[in-house]
Design a protein around this ligand. Structure first.
Ligand SMILES: *Cc1c(COP(=O)(O)O)cnc(C)c1O
Length: 420
């Protein structure tokens, strides 16, 4: 080895090894588990690495409508592959736009009740591009304090002034709207459903406040599109403000088949401007045709019948009631994101590991994904779950809950025990 290079190499290894060791020592290391079959309600999971795959109930996917491996979606993807090929090897504005890209954009506008839509490779990319493309130094972005990390990043990339309001605190939001009355545009930014707590933004009040003060609204509906609202159009439908939100972003990587891809949808001029200016759109490859074909089929499926979202709602009610009656401390709400609060990071990891041994796949969430002292297991329901699946999962939760003596325990009791 070149002697002049060796010391530098050794030092970066030492720095990152020490940092990784510290993450492990704090019980915060995130291990990945290897799934050996398609995504679904029951999956074969290798955990720990090297162990024989084990069939477990899946309670941690964003597969809300159970469409990730749906035969019609898979068939549509196959057909799309045959008709439009595999890769486009181009960004959209050079030679990466097929007729089906335009078709999907129109279909999404129709589904979301918006004027225009632009596709991105992911919702993270949509959020990374949208603010910088549209807003600048004369404007202010006012975001709920619990918005998704990709919105935080997108705001950082934008030259507009940024501010926040306390989570779902409408009084605080109104103060901010008044405080920034001198700006060209004020943009109120929220998630439709908050991914870690599973609560819904007060979108009716947010839209009313924004309209009263002449501000714009932005909603990231990634955890809502396809299943929240009577016909699954998302939080604007749920709150009766369909068509009154200026900008919506969402993902195809969750309920809508779960492959990948996302979009910005909303007022025509805003979306047109994204097509001219959004950097992840201009400088990154087009959304793969096979995903476009699959997503088109998903939109047909969810438009034909509300059966899946209705079944998901029933599952959600059953699961929330079951956990509550068993004595678990869950975050109240109506979404299929049901966080079981454990507060301590190591406890969350231990409970998740024991549940895996009982055949239930869930993951402990802790800092930095949630605030310190707010560790939890985030369970997520799917229309693919049967009542029998959920009864089995509930039995496992009760067994493991008893082992760790957390049933019927208050937050104060758990916090005192772990000295948080
Ligand atoms: C999952 C999620 C994203 C990221 O979506 P991708 O398409 O996977 O990049 C963005 N925003 C919110 C609110 C999400 O929950």
């Amino acid at each position: 080895m070149d002697a002049a290079v060796a010391p530098a190499v050794a030092s970066f290894r030492d720095v990152y090894r020490a940092e990784l060791d510290a993450i492990r020592a704090a019980g915060l290391y995130k291990d990945e588990r290897f799934i050996h079959d398609p995504q679904g309600a029951e999956i074969e999971v290798e955990f720990p690495a090297g162990a024989a795959p084990k069939k477990v109930l899946n309670l941690c996917a964003n597969n809300y409508l159970g469409l990730s491996s749906h035969p019609r979606v898979v068939a549509a993807a196959h057909a799309g592959l045959e008709k439009r090929g595999y890769g486009m090897s181009s960004v959209r504005f050079i030679c990466g736009t097929q007729d089906i890209h335009r078709k999907l954009e129109r279909r999404l506008s129709e589904f979301l009740g918006t004027e225009e839509t632009i596709l991105f490779s992911s919702c993270l990319d949509a959020n990374a591009g949208v603010f910088e493309a549209l807003f600048g130094e004369k404007d202010v972005l006012i975001a709920d304090r619990l918005v998704h990390a990709s919105i935080v990043d997108g705001m950082r990339l934008c030259k507009a002034m940024t501010d926040t309001y306390k989570h779902s605190d409408m009084g605080h939001l109104e103060e901010k709207l008044v405080e920034h009355a001198d700006k060209r545009f004020r943009v109120v930014i929220t998630d439709g459903v908050f991914s870690m707590d599973g609560d819904l933004a007060k979108l009716d009040e947010i839209v009313a406040l924004a309209e009263k003060h002449g501000a714009l609204t932005f909603v990231d509906d990634s955890h809502a599109t396809g299943f929240i609202g009577k016909t699954g159009r998302g939080t604007p439908e749920h709150f009766g403000v369909h068509g009154r939100v200026d900008l919506v972003t969402t993902t195809f990587g969750k309920a809508l088949g779960g492959a990948s891809g996302g979009c910005v949808s909303g007022r025509k001029e805003l979306v047109d401007m994204c097509r001219q200016r959004a950097r992840p759109y201009l400088f990154s490859n087009t959304l793969a045709s096979v995903i476009v074909s699959g997503t088109l089929e998903v939109l047909d499926l969810v438009s034909e019948t509300t059966e899946r979202r209705d079944h998901l709602e029933e599952n959600t009610l059953f699961w929330r009631k079951g956990l509550t009656e068993a004595g678990f401390d869950i975050k109240a709400g109506a979404s299929p994101i049901v966080p079981v609060m454990l507060y301590d990071a190591k406890l969350a990891q231990d409970v998740a590991r024991d549940l895996f041994a009982e055949g239930v796949y869930v993951v402990g969430f802790f800092f930095p994904v949630v605030a310190k002292g707010q560790a939890r297991i985030r369970t997520q329901l799917s229309a693919a779950h049967t009542r029998e699946h959920l009864e089995r999962a509930l039995d496992a939760f009760v067994k493991v809950g008893k082992k760790h003596d957390i049933l019927g325990k208050t937050k104060a009791e758990i916090v005192a025990r772990y000295g948080l």
